[in-house]
Write a protein of this length. Sequence first.
Length: 93
Amino acid sequence: MKRLVADTGPILHLHEAGALHLFQSIGEVLLAPLVLAELRVHAPALWPGQLPRWASAQTLSTVAQQRATEWQHAGLLQRRRSPSPRPCAGNKT
């Protein structure tokens, strides 16, 4: 079985296109807690109860977190901010 680590963008856009079923053919899709938080903000109706069978929440190990922090300090990895709702283009807020 293949494993895929997905960022918010591909999931969100496949959801908008009605094509999330394509992930089933890949295998297991691993989602970081931040990705799940972003999806709750940008697509709150996507998975209101539990994740589909092909998706699972996955946190980084302590070693991976330390490595990511080192990469951030070295300028090799951008630090992501917490998700916040973005106003639509038509809104003037």
